[in-house]
Write a new protein. Sequence first.
Length: 155
Amino acid sequence: MNNNVIELQIWQLAAAYIFILILLAFVKIRGIRREREILISSVRMTLQLILTGYVLVYLFDNESWILTLLVLTIMEIFAINNIYKRVNVKISNRLKKIIAISMVTGTVTCLLYFIIIVIGLRPWFSPRYFIPISGMLIGNSMTGISLGVNRLVND
């Protein structure tokens, strides 16, 4: 271990795939015929995690408020688009704007309060903390807003 960072060895990564092998065996035994999808999804997941790891290493090594806010912006955009996709009816442009404004103001307000007031992070934009906390807030907000909008438009 170096600088409180857990470095995974190749055997540890392979050990994580034991669950995928168990799933593949279960699917095969049950005759579900989804082996190809599971394998493709597993490869995609691995590549995405590796790419994300390299991006995070770069961000952690080059602390910059501009890069940190860029990551926050990208996460917000993906979350807002995900909310739009989760709603099972066509929604108006007005409601889309309300969703986007609610998502951004809610998550950013909570994020800044938590980072500045609660934990007193210095610098406030430290990506090692800012990005994971943002991800948790955005993920939970995305789920809540999706459920709320679905309930609103379906009832």
